[in-house]
Design a protein around this ligand. Structure first.
Ligand code: AMP
Ligand code: ZN
Length: 471
C-alpha cells in the first residue's frame, strides 16, 4: 500500500513496526461543542483508512483521546481553556459539558458509519500518566520550570520543525494569533507541559502535582495516551491538517525525548472542509452539524459519500448544491443496486478476484476513495451475474461503509409498500411548488417547503434529471 507520509512529504510503501499489526492513533475531539461536519470529514477519512488496513489483513489497534482538559483557545498555550468556555456558555460544569458532547460526537459518528476506535480515553482519566512523563522530561533535561509552569525546551532538540519549513519567527504562534506572548518561555516555540499559573484562574479542573495544583497542557495528553495504549512504537498517527503544527510537532518532540528513540513512522493529515467563508471551525460559532443536515432532510450517509468523492489531501468545499448532487448520486446508486437479483446464480470467484484487486489497488494508492466508489460502478457494469455483483458491492462496503446493500433492501421494501395515492398527489404538488420557487431563486420559500416535507417524513432529492422524493 502506498501512503503519503506528511513527515517525509512523500508517498511511501506502508510498513509497520511489527509484521501484520498496526498501532494507530487519532487526535480525538475537543468536547466543548458539537463536532461540525468539517471535523467529521477528518474522522470519515480516518475511518476509511482504518477499515482499509483491516480489509487488507492488518490487525489494527486504534486509540483515540477525548480532549476534556488543556486545549486552550490558541494552540500556542494562550487564551482560555476551550472546555471552560463551553461550560460558561451553557452554565454547566466542565464534566457535564464533556459528557454531553462526547455522547453527541459518538452519536454523529454512528450516523456516519464511523467505527468507534478500539480504545477511547478521556484526558482527565490519565493525569498521573502525564505527570510521570513530565517528571521524566524534567529529569532528562528536556523540560524546565518557569513562573510556576513546566515547559518543554525545544532548543534541546536537533530537529524540532518536523511539519514546518518556516523560520522560528514565523512560528511564534502566540504572536501570530494576536494573543499575548508568554514571557516565561526560553524559546518562542517552547510549550507548556503543566500549568499552575494561567491568566484564567477560574480553571475548574485542577490536580495535585509535584509542581503544585494545576492542569496538563494539550499536547502531552496525545503522546501519553498513545504510549499508554499503543506502546513505544506507533505506526500511524492521524489528524486534521491544522493539528500538524504545533500540536503534532510537539507530540513528536516530547515523545521522542521521553522514549529516547524515533516514535511514529507515518503521519496522515486530512485537509480541511471549507465553506465559501473559509475553514469551517467551532470557534467561529457558525458551523454545520450532522443534526442540522438531518433537519434539512439530508441522509448523513449522503454526506459520507460527498466526502468519499474527494481526496483526503485536497481541501474540500462544502455547499448545499454539492450535497444535493451527492444525495442524487447516492439515490441513483441505491436504485441500481436495488434492481439486482440476489438469486441470480452462483458467485463467480474469478470475477470476484479481478474486481477485488481493482478495489485494493484504488484505495492502496494513497486512499483514493473516489476511485474506490468508481469500483462499485465498475461492478454494476461488469459482465457477470447479479449474485456476484451483490457479493462484491457488499465486500467493498466493508471499507466504504455506505450501507449499500441495506439501503437497497429498504428501497425495494418502500417500492412494494402500498401507495397512498391521495397523499402522493399532494406531495407531488408541493415538490413542484418548491421546484418553481428554486427557479425563481426564492430560496426562503424553497427551504420552507423542504422543511414542511421533511416534517412529514419526506426527503426531496434533486438529481440532474429532475426532482424526486421518497418517504
Ligand atoms: P477539535 O475537536 O477542534 O480538536 O478537532 C477535531 C479534529 O477535526 C481534528 O483532527 C482537527 O484537525 C479536525 N478539523 C478541525 N477543523 C476541520 C475542518 N474544517 N475540516 C476538517 N477537519 C477539521
Ligand atoms: Zn492530539
Amino acid at each position: 500500500m502506498l501512503l503519503y507520509n506528511s513527515a517525509t512529504r512523500k508517498k511511501e510503501e506502508f510498513t509497520t513496526h511489527t509484521d501484520g499489526k498496526v498501532n494507530m492513533y487519532t487526535c480525538g475531539p475537543t468536547v466543548y461543542h458539537f463536532a461540525h461536519i468539517g471535523n467529521l470529514r477528518t474522522y470519515i477519512m480516518e475511518d476509511v483508512l482504518e477499515k482499509y488496513l483491516r480489509y487488507i489483513g492488518y490487525d489494527v489497534n486504534r486509540v483515540m483521546n477525548i480532549t476534556d482538559v488543556g486545549h486552550l483557545s490558541s494552540d500556542a498555550d494562550t487564551g482560555e481553556d476551550k472546555m471552560l468556555k463551553g461550560a460558561k456558555r451553557e452554565h454547566k460544569t466542565v464534566m457535564e459539558i464533556a459528557k454531553f458532547y462526547t455522547d453527541a460526537f459518538f452519536s454523529d459518528c454512528a450516523k456516519l458509519n464511523i467505527k468507534t476506535p478500539d480504545v477511547v480515553e478521556p484526558a482527565t482519566n490519565c493525569v498521573n500518566d502525564f505527570i510521570k512523563i513530565i517528571e521524566a522530561l524534567l529529569d532528562k533535561g528536556y523540560a524546565y520550570i518557569a513562573g510556576g509552569n513546566v515547559y518543554f525546551d525545544t532548543s534541546k532538540l536537533d530537529n524540532y520543525y518536523v511539519f514546518n519549513n518556516f523560520e522560528a519567527d514565523d512560528l511564534a504562534v502566540g504572536v501570530r494569533d494576536s494573543v499575548s506572548e508568554d514571557k516565561n518561555k526560553r524559546n518562542k516555540t517552547d510549550f507548556v507541559l503543566w500549568f499552575t499559573k494561567s491568566k484564567f484562574e477560574a480553571q475548574e479542573l485542577k490536580w495535585e502535582s509535584p509542581w503544585g495544583l494545576g492542569y496538563p497542557g494539550w499536547h502531552i495528553e496525545c503522546s501519553s495516551i498513545s504510549i499508554k495504549h499503543n506502546g513505544e512504537y506507533l505506526d500511524i498517527h492521524c489528524g486534521g491538517i491544522d493539528n500538524a503544527f504545533p500540536h503534532h510537532t510537539n507530540e513528536i518532540a516530547q515523545s521522542e525525548a521521553y522514549l529516547g528513540h524515533p516514535w511514529c513512522k507515518f503521519w496522515f493529515h486530512v485537509l480541511h472542509l471549507n465553506t465559501n467563508n473559509g475553514k469551517m471551525s467551532k470557534s467561529k460559532g457558525e458551523f454545520l452539524t450532522v443534526s442540522l443536515l438531518e433537519e434539512k432532510g439530508y441522509d448523513p450517509l449522503a454526506y459520507r459519500l460527498f466526502c468519499l468523492q474527494s481526496h483526503y489531501r485536497k481541501a474540500q468545499e462544502f455547499s448545499f448544491e454539492a450535497l444535493d448532487n451527492a444525495t442524487a448520486v447516492f439515490a441513483k446508486l441505491i436504485s441500481r443496486i436495488a434492481s439486482l437479483d440476489e438469486n441470480d446464480g452462483d458467485i463467480d470467484n474469478d470475477t470476484v478476484e479481478k474486481y477485488r484487486k481493482r478495489f485494493i489497488d484504488a484505495l492502496g494508492n494513497d486512499i483514493n476513495t473516489s476511485l474506490g466508489v468508481t469500483c462499485v460502478y465498475d461492478v454494476l457494469k461488469a459482465d457477470t451475474n447479479d449474485s456476484t455483483k451483490l457479493y462484491l458491492i457488499n465486500d467493498f462496503d466493508r471499507v466504504l461503509s455506505l450501507d449499500l446493500i441495506a439501503e437497497a433492501k429498504k428501497f425495494n421494501e418502500k417500492k412494494s409498500a402500498p401507495s397512498e395515492s391521495g397523499e402522493d398527489k399532494e406531495i407531488d404538488d408541493l415538490v413542484a411548488k418548491r421546484t418553481q420557487a428554486r427557479k425563481d431563486k426564492n430560496w426562503a420559500e424553497a427551504d420552507r417547503i423542504r422543511d414542511e416535507l421533511n416534517a412529514r417524513g419526506i426527503t426531496v432529492v434533486d438529481t440532474p434529471n429532475g426532482v424526486t422524493w421518497h418517504r
